[in-house]
Design a binder for this molecule. Structure first.
Ligand code: ZN
Length: 328
């Protein structure tokens, strides 16, 4: 997970002015009025949360402490404004007092004064589902990387005065967590599903973030949707169209079925293959599959075939373009 400094793309020693200008630039970039993507919506929330935390001196100190950012450099950094200097001094005192208060609380295990709450960040993850799952609904186990308080040092980073080896002094452990998510029937591509509380863990009693799943419906090149039914276009050869044929048709995510084409089938004829389309969630059966046949020639025709077509051409007396001729 990105930390607040990464989100704003500033250094952990950034001054208030630097934070403010970074925030303004990011907020402009991801503002919902400007950027309509889900990514932007979530980044906009993160940028706001980052700035809100880092512009509040106490919250920033708590945050830096919780995430192990070095405070010392920041304190010595000069600002040109004397008022700001005063503010930074106060910040430092706030920081140190809460710092020690935090340690005192840790020792006693019973906090007298709670540090400010830090809300956990939202997690975004992407999943792919097939077009038939999009119609029928499905579920997915998602693996998300979360960080939780170190179970050995309880987030204090130290054990008996030396660095906690279990979390390498980070105070938290990152781990994969499996979450089962239900995807309802009839979802569209790009839909987002929110799973409350499954984002990053909040700190000091802050709320957990949420998990957002962005659902991508796999673009199955073969199948399109026509009036809610699966639809596929299938090429047939002129001789199959004339003589009739039995051709193999793929069924969405489920093998093939045979479609009988009667003799003298014209191009663009649509056939309905029953119980061969998308799975219907209500009835738990498959809807019909619409198959449009389009007459095409094989790209590699031999001399023999061409000769046979010439024979047909010589004896064919009809006029396919009779209807069009009258417009000329
Ligand atoms: Zn630890």
């Amino acid at each position: 997970m990105k930390n607040y400094y990464d989100i704003l793309e500033i250094s952990p020693e950034a001054t208030r002015d630097e934070i403010k200008s970074a925030f303004r630039a990011k907020a402009r970039k991801y503002h919902p009025d400007v950027n309509h993507t889900l990514e932007a919506e979530i980044l906009f929330k993160q940028v706001n949360l980052a700035a809100k935390t880092l512009l509040d001196d106490t919250m920033r100190s708590q945050y830096d402490f919780a995430y192990g950012f070095n405070q010392k450099k920041k304190e010595t950094k000069e600002t040109c404004n004397s008022f700001e200097k005063k503010e930074e001094k106060k910040t430092y005192e706030d920081f140190t007092s809460s710092f020690y208060a935090y340690f005192r609380n840790k020792k006693k295990e019973k906090p007298q004064k709670n540090p400010k709450k830090i809300n956990g960040q939202d997690i975004i993850t992407h999943i792919n589902i097939t077009s038939s799952e999009a119609i029928s609904g499905t579920s997915r186990k998602v693996n998300i990387l979360t960080s939780e308080k170190c179970p050995k040092c309880f987030g204090s980073k130290f054990i008996n005065g030396s660095k906690c080896t279990f979390c390498d002094g980070k105070g938290e452990k990152t781990q994969y967590k499996k979450i089962n998510v239900k995807i309802p029937p009839n979802v569209r591509d790009g839909i987002k599903i929110r799973v409350k509380n499954e984002g990053e863990e909040g700190k000091f009693g802050g709320k957990n973030g949420d998990l957002y799943l962005v659902v991508h419906v796999e673009k199955n090149a073969a199948f399109k949707s026509l009036d809610g039914l699966a639809f596929i276009e299938v090429p047939i050869s002129p001789y199959e169209a004339v003589l009739g044929a039995q051709i193999k048709i793929p069924i969405p995510d489920n093998g093939t079925k045979i479609l009988k084409i009667p003799p003298k089938t014209r191009t663009n004829t649509i056939f309905k293959l029953m119980e061969s389309g998308f799975l219907n969630a209500q009835t738990n059966t498959r809807d019909p599959l619409l198959v449009k046949v389009v007459i095409d020639i094989l790209p590699q025709l031999g001399d023999k075939e061409v000769e046979l077509y010439r024979e047909i051409s010589d004896i064919y007396k009809g006029d396919l373009r009779e209807d069009i001729r009258k417009y000329g």
